[in-house]
Design a protein around this ligand. Structure first.
Ligand SMILES: [Zn+2]
Length: 378
């Protein structure tokens, strides 16, 4: 029987609660109990079917907020796991279980770091806050986005936010995320006229009509990126047309596409340029647009400096600030004018069967969070 460190013990307790989105299964109650004992004022915010909470210790600014999610993605085939996905075990130095990396390990590290910090610095500067949701992996409508709207409505100011998403690539702290690209989806429909392939003059083939326009969209340079972002990319993910018969010209073509965009482009600008290309080719088109996230960036400053020097002190590593990867809840928090940085464990097995992290990495992460608190609020 291994004796677990406080961080690992709490991580195991969280993993044993099978909180598949949007269910919380008591994870937040467990966190809130610990925070209340550490002097936090609690504010549970259940919105529709989603449990969230806001907690704060201290009435002054600046505010350092820890943000994250208690929900996890589904397990996939349970029989493919070495141990049950919700058994939570430390074996051969690895913590195994759904959520070990994304992101119950980080939640445990945050709680333990904060508990230690308030014991060591009971009269710390400013305030410490927590913004926790149980819907990050799902539709994310009533999670962080909705909590942020409530905070905005009452002018709650968040200066700095650390999101516990698993940002590291191969070693703890090698990468932190100081921004994310924006994501814009489009469903394009191009209308032609159905007919017999032997009588093309009586039909209009939407595949032929679309081909040149799609090629131009695929070849377009949208921007050149900047110091923080790679160039904006455009990808077609689905392309459908045809009736299945080889003697029928179809009446319609549809395509799904996505932009991952830098701060050099805007939602409106990208839409206008796509529409101009379609119009140039004289197409009868329609697009349903949906924006899944605006880009955000936290430029070097107090928060990034405090995190980078804490990582250096704890691990000896020089961290790299990156904006790669998918979207995260950081995009909602950044709209409050907050500096947002994601700092968490290695993401190599997230969302996979046998999700795991190096157990000692979670103790290092606790230390990184602790030292960041010291640098900003002691
Ligand atoms: Zn996550």
């Amino acid at each position: 029987m291994t004796i677990l460190t406080p961080t690992l013990e709490l991580a195991c307790e969280l993993i044993r609660r099978p909180s598949v989105t949007p269910v919380d299964e008591g994870c937040q109650a467990l966190m809130m109990k610990r925070l209340e004992a550490a002097g936090f004022a609690l504010e549970p915010m259940r919105i529709e079917n989603v449990d969230n909470f806001w907690a704060r210790r201290g009435s002054e600014g600046p505010v350092l907020c820890f943000a994250g999610h208690t929900d996890v993605v589904p397990t996939g085939p349970v029989e493919a796991w070495q141990n049950g996905p919700f058994d939570a075990q430390v074996k051969d130095g690895m913590l195994l279980g759904r959520g070990a990396a994304d992101m119950k390990g980080s939640l445990a590290s945050m709680i333990i770091a904060v508990e230690r910090f308030v014991v060591d610095h009971p009269n710390h500067k400013g305030a410490i806050a927590f913004l926790i949701t149980s819907d990050e992996e799902g539709p994310a409508l009533y999670g962080t986005r909705a909590v942020v709207e409530r905070l905005r409505a009452r002018n709650e100011r968040l200066d700095w936010c650390i999101v516990g998403e698993p940002s590291s690539t191969t070693l703890l702290g090698d990468v932190v995320k100081n921004g994310r690209r924006g994501s814009l989806n489009g469903k394009l429909t191009i209308r032609g006229k159905q007919g017999h392939v032997a009588y093309p003059h009586l039909a209009r083939n939407p595949i032929h009509l679309a081909a040149a326009a799609l090629a131009e969209l695929a070849a377009e340079q949208w921007d050149a990126g900047n110091d923080f972002f790679p160039p904006t990319t455009f990808q077609i993910s689905n392309l459908n047309s045809g009736t299945g018969a080889n003697n029928v010209i179809p009446g319609e073509l549809s395509a799904l596409f996505n932009f991952r965009f830098s701060t050099e482009s805007t939602e409106e600008g990208l839409k206008a340029r796509v529409e101009a290309i379609l119009n140039k080719h004289g197409l009868d088109w329609h697009i349903d647009w949906s924006l899944s996230g605006l880009p955000f960036i936290t430029e070097p400053g107090e928060l990034l400096d405090a995190i980078a020097s804490s990582i250096q002190a704890v691990t000896g590593r020089t961290t790299e600030a990156s904006t790669s990867g998918g979207t995260s809840d950081g995009r909602f928090i950044a709209t409050l004018g907050t500096q947002v940085v994601e700092v968490g464990p290695v993401n190599a097995t997230i969302h996979q069967v046998n999700e795991r992290v190096l157990a000692s990495d979670l103790d290092l992460l606790t230390e990184v969070y602790y030292q960041t608190l010291v640098r900003l609020l002691a």
